[in-house]
Design a protein around this ligand. Sequence first.
Ligand code: HDE
Length: 750
Amino acid sequence: SKPADAVKNVVKTATEKITDALTPEVPGAPGSAPPTVDEPTTPRDPLPPKPEQGAPQTRTPTGAETGVPKTAKGQQGAYLTTANGARLRDTDHSLKAGPRGPVLLQDHHLREKITHFDHERIPERVVHARGAGAHGLFTAYGTAEAVTRAGFLKKGRETEVFVRFSTVLGSRGSADTVRDTRGFATKFYTDEGTFDLVGNNIPVFFIQDAIKFPDVIHAGKPHPDREIPQAQSAHDTFWDFVSLHTEAQHHALWNMSDRGIPRSYRTMEGFGVHTFRLVNEAGETALAKFHWKPKLGVHSLDWEEAQMLSGMDPDFHRRDLYDAIEAGAFPEWELGIQVFPDTPEETFAGIDLLDPTKIVPEELAPVQPVGRLVLNRTPTNFFAETEQVAFHLGHLPPGIDVTNDPLLQGRLFSYVDTQLTRLGGPNFTQIPINRPHAAVNDMLRDGFHQHAVHAGVAPYRPNSLDGGNPFPAGDAEHAFLDVPVTVAQAPKVRANPVSFDDHYSQARLFWLSMSPVEKEHIIRAYTFELGKCYHQAIKERQLQCLANIDPVLCEQVATGLGLPAPQPTVPLADVTPSPALSQVGQEWPADGRMVGIVVDPDGGLDDLHEVRLAVFAAGMVPLLIAPHGGLVGDMPVQRTFATGRSVELDALLLAGAPAPAPDALPARDAKAGKPGPTAVDPRVLLLVEECWRHAKAIGAWGAGVGVLEQAGVAGAPGVVSADSGPEALTAVQQLLAAHRVWERFPATVA
Ligand code: HDE
């Protein structure tokens, strides 16, 4: 065959999956099978489960293979049964004394069905209630072997993982794109026991001692009287707390930066936050901080986009994660560690490694890659996996241990404690998603929801009745190692080390590391959030904190609030910026980016085929946007002018200039009393306007060029008028590498 055909075929196999995942089946599309109507009237065995839908339930809590196939428990036969396996004749009518009579108490099926339903919900997480999870595989590079004996970090070792991403403040049903910290919790099912790296997308925390956690969360959650606002930090109690607890200023500044509104879970960094202690085969120790680096780079939403998405697609991040995995565009991160000498002071370059409000800039201690994570499987059942997964900082393999960070120490207590309530008793490690892949041989017995049938008579040690089993393990058997750190003789106090009193220097470091456009976003975020507070005293107190971080930041926010800018009350820290903290100024692969293509079915379809295939071939996802659903030529329409909105796109291509469709609202010009409706459907002009406002790359060719002119954006930065579709796409792809057309945002600060 011709070379061009060969390319087309390769592209097709890679893209078919994406199209299947993202486009509805178009009945009657050329080449598609004739539609068959399969009415569900005849009993037949269910379809076999998809092979990739297995849950990690191959072992019992005692470590034995279950023999259960890796399938989900769902419809397992043609006939409906009770929970006890009796086949049922009817599940649609309750048992009554005559068709018009009262319902009988003896109807066991009715009671069982309703009772189970009544208890379907469990308490949501007290924080991080809203989340999305995925399965994946971690492969170690072997580069960490010198510092840790952890087996899963040995070269080439592959470990199954489950990751749960989350927001912190909102309830389970809250929107994904709110301004908040994101959880990034990873369960590594290692063969030396499960390792949970329970991190966030922000490397510092609001508080330095776990005893303050209920305070900060009570302040961040909705007000207790009216239970509003939901999933927001823009309210009085949050800023009251943050301005009174100045150690929170650094974390709050990250939240006000673009890090608080990620574009996607796939474009977030992750941080273990605390310093951990590593120990190698020789028993030598080092201190370390964990980092996840996304392959696609760190990218964020624009604040207006985030707000629009909260209404238009509150599940935006969930959908993005699942769509990407199901399309084969597997999200990827590198795990890296910053390693520090384990000195008695537990400091590095003067930074207290036990203070969770401090980072160590990457320029001082590089992040060394130790392995790669690929998320390649979506959960089979949200409740069973994502909702029931239980993470714990104390789940550590030999080779990784904790430090005395007081925040970390409190977390070691909190997670099991909360899970006892949330998951209804002490046996939640037997839930499939929580079962270790290492063999379990504990002496924990009984309790609510005990699923194991423990044999033997002597769950105690030592014993002579069960053959003395089980025995303690040593180094050779990969026993966990509590690193024998010397604990200093010291008075019992409720106090922090003096170094914990520095609350501003690193906030200033972060601010000074931002590019002008990122600084502008931070100013706007503070102005928005404090503008939503009612109490003047809180705004003034927070302005004082900003003055202590940077006078320019303070002045700009004060201007927005219409308040005077106070003078700093502490000397401004003399810090060296860390360029690694900025999201701007680098180039990233455009994989998985969404490219909207506006077409006019009544106009020319020049280059459309070629452009669509080229978008696929570049690993991006084309979304054809047309006045109505169905097909354009032989290509499926994925969004109509009614269902498509700019916020799900990373870039926009205009292949035509569709005239106003009958269902279009009156054009903007007409509404303003200006003459006549526009020649182009106003919803297309809105798409262009929003993409322009949110600094997205826009390209056009053919009749599409006229749309740019009508929208008044032709010739603006990042807006390409090209002679052909491929030319427009190439230019847009180049712009996408920088994520946004940054120069389109006005920057008033240097
Ligand atoms: Fe958590 N945190 N946390 N946290 N946390 C919980 O555990 C807690 C902190 C983090 O997807 C809870 O099972 C205390 C820092 C994530 O299931 C709870 C303190 C970091 C998740 C809890 C902290 C985190 C949680 C609620 C202060 C980043 C979601 C439900 C000392 C390093 C995990 C649960 C998931 C969840 C306590 C601070 C990350 C109540 C006491 C710092 C990602 O136990």
